[in-house]
Design a protein around this ligand. Structure first.
Ligand code: SF4
Length: 515
């Protein structure tokens, strides 16, 4: 290893997964998959290497009988139509046509076999896409402003910065063994459309007057993350110029790598170190590594749009528009993605953009083409005018494919959203997030109504149920939602939510919103 990590001096402070990582770097499994396991098959994969598959962006799917899920990094959520077609064709050839958009703007396949992986890696690489390090204890997909470059509400175009940071970390063996997963967010959007506070490291738009001139740059947040112990990231008293984002990220990632906790995996995320040190000590250590930095300027985040853009909106450039489409519970398929790629070429700027709310956008549509684009058959299901609850429902993978899930989520979330659209009329949109276990991939904590899968004992035995929490919000005044007492049987969820929302509707005061 090219560094002297503090944790290597004391093996008693290492959990057993650390020894697996030390014995063989996670990234090495990619070559082994290509040279060995893809030829010798599923049965030839030993447990240690199965654990390392994550570094290839691949997990075993439930019920561990030879099939895998894979995530593809879509940096800042922007892909070209050629990339979308490649994703669609791989999904059709190997993934039973299922294509999920994740809450980190990534694309997720299911039903892959180990024999398929080399061809998938090649086909992705041919269009500049990678699954590598989309999972694992390493820097994962960098989320960001899906409207970067065309956004009326951004202080600067962040695409090049995201690319630079991504290129630095991807397959970088100096940072491929972190204590735990590591999530970065970079956006200059003033409505916090990359959910800064729930990332390990996030950059948000800021300005500072330096030598009499107003400079546009960023403020940095560290130590955010969800799961069973959610933490909101803390803002550092530091102004970061655009050309310094990579340097700052290297400093923060170095601290995590060398000082992050490796004793218990459930207490290894950067958030635990930040909580113990506090932002002041963290910044001091950061400056020791990267040199002095100016103090914070003015944070330019003015609100939070929860990354929803359904409908048609003007872009920064006069005469051009983007169209935000709903992907019901984040699940699409190869045909739809190909049709969107065709639409992006025919009507737009050739890009397709994914959001952290599991939706998709077409961009660069000239005024005169908008009406025609809105008539496209693919926009019937992936609608820019989806019904209110369907348009605001997010779901993790759940026990259809996820080994950690306690309950089924995706199909249930779709059915509940449909039920609410049939039974509730409301003049505001309420965001509902489903998760199948405390790991919170569906980001339950930031929802207006967060639903976490659990089991409940009934006279007929244990049945699927959900814990309910209300009132999550990011941006100024950020707070996680608060749990309500009790647990609701999954079969009763639709009715209970109707009651809950009607209770709010009847009791709200003028101007009051759900959160
Ligand atoms: Fe699986 Fe839990 Fe994540 Fe849902 S929240 S995808 S059940 S690990």
């Amino acid at each position: 290893m090219a560094y002297e990590a503090v944790w290597m001096n004391d093996p008693s402070k290492l959990n057993k997964f650390e020894f697996i990582k030390m014995e063989k770097d996670g990234l090495d499994v990619i070559r082994t998959i290509i040279d060995k396991y893809s030829k010798e098959g599923y049965a030839s994969i030993p447990e240690d290497d199965m654990n390392r598959f994550k570094w290839a962006g691949v997990y075993e799917q439930k019920p561990k009988d030879g099939y895998f899920m894979m995530r593809i990094r879509i940096n800042t959520g922007i892909m070209t139509s050629a990339q979308a077609r490649a994703i669609a064709s791989i999904g059709r050839d190997y993934g039973r046509d299922l294509i999920d958009v994740t809450t980190r703007q990534a694309i997720q396949y299911h039903w892959l076999k180990v024999e398929d992986l080399p061809d998938i890696f090649n086909r992705l690489e041919a269009v500049g896409l990678y699954s590598y390090e989309a999972c694992g204890d390493c820097p994962r997909t960098i989320v960001g402003n899906p409207l970067a470059g065309i956004d009326r509400d951004e202080l600067m175009d962040t695409r090049e910065i995201v690319e630079q940071v991504n290129d630095f970390y991807l397959m970088n063996r100096d940072f491929s063994n972190l204590p735990r997963k590591y999530k970065m967010s970079i956006s200059a959007n003033i409505y916090n459309n990359a959910n800064a506070e729930i990332n390990d490291l996030a950059f948000v738009p800021a300005t500072k007057v330096i030598d009499g001139e107003e400079v546009i740059g960023f403020h940095a947040y560290v130590g955010g993350g969800l799961s069973a112990k959610p933490h909101l990231a803390k803002e550092l008293d530091m102004f970061v110029r655009p050309e310094e984002v990579l340097k700052v990220s290297i400093g923060v990632t170095t601290i995590f790598r060398d000082f992050g906790y490796r004793e218990k995996r459930h207490q290894a995320r950067l958030k635990f170190l930040v909580a113990d040190w506090g932002p002041e000590k963290f910044l001091e250590k950061l400056k020791e590594i990267i040199g002095d930095m100016p103090s914070a300027g003015e944070n330019k985040v003015v609100g939070w749009n929860a990354v929803y853009y359904d409908g048609v909106y003007p872009q920064r450039e006069e005469g051009l528009n983007f169209i935000g489409l709903n992907v019901p519970v984040g699940r699409t398929n190869s045909d739809e993605l190909e049709q969107l790629a065709d639409a992006a070429d025919q009507y737009g700027d050739g890009t397709i953009r994914t959001t952290m709310s599991q939706n998709i956008m077409l961009a660069g549509v000239p005024d005169e083409k908008v009406a025609e684009a809105l008539e496209l058959p693919v926009l019937k299901r992936l609608s820019p005018k989806a019904k209110p609850f369907m348009s605001r429902t997010v779901s993790c993978t759940g026990n259809e494919f996820c080994n950690l899930a306690v309950v089924e989520t995706k199909e249930r979330a779709r059915r509940v959203a449909e039920f609410l659209d049939e039974h509730v009329e409301l003049d505001e949109k309420i965001r509902i997030h489903f998760i199948g276990c405390p790991n919170a991939c569906g980001q339950k904590h930031i929802a207006d109504i967060g639903l976490q899968g659990a089991l409940v004992k009934t006279p007929d035995g244990m049945v699927d149920a959900f814990d309910i929490a209300v009132g999550g919000i990011l941006g100024p005044g950020a707070k996680f939602n608060e749990s309500l007492k009790g647990r609701v049987k999954a079969d009763d969820l639709g009715y209970v939510l109707v009651k809950l929302i009607n209770f709010y509707k009847e009791g709200r005061e003028s101007g009051e919103t759900f959160h």
